[in-house]
Design a protein around this ligand. Sequence first.
Ligand code: URA
Length: 208
Amino acid sequence: MPVVAVSHPLVRHKVGLLREADISTKKFRELTGELGRLLAYEATADFPLATTTIHCWSGPTEIEQIAGRKVTVVPILRAGLGMLDGVLDMLPNAKVSVVGLARNHETLQPEPYFDRFVGQLGERTALIIDPMLATGGSMISTIDMLKARGCRDIRALVLVAAPEGIRALEAAHPDVRCWTAAVDSHLDEQGYIIPGLGDAGDKIFGTK
Ligand code: URA
């Protein structure tokens, strides 16, 4: 199944706390970072390991290490930045690619206004981070951009997903797996996820 609703109790507990209407910026940011860590943990569960021998205090010892996996984390501006530090806590050697998308008012399609990708995308696992999978438009465009640059292992981490966004993502990119902390009911007329979190970017940055 391309979209996985993470069922771990810590994830379910923390995403519930995020829904409090009067949550502080500080608390929202902390929880977003913590969920970024937990989702990164889930999304990397199949990374291959290799054994190597090190000098342990007790003598030569065989240990396991993640084998030759290059990762780029791809925050979608601006709300994706809220999950970045948490994901990098788990993957401190990952490189960061950044994408900014804005809706074209004529075509209503998301168009990039900024992108800065790291090199060797063909050899990397890309972990796209964006708190809200609403219509799926930004996520699909970001995946299009990564695939156009040769990236073949693309994964997405989101906090809340709407069924509309899940359907769109699965139709456009059935090969891309997405881990979400929650699957919500629907989108309202303005494109907000219900019950959702409200505007995740405003809550992370303290704007509005
Ligand atoms: N973006 C948000 O920040 N919130 C939503 O509910 C949908 C898109």
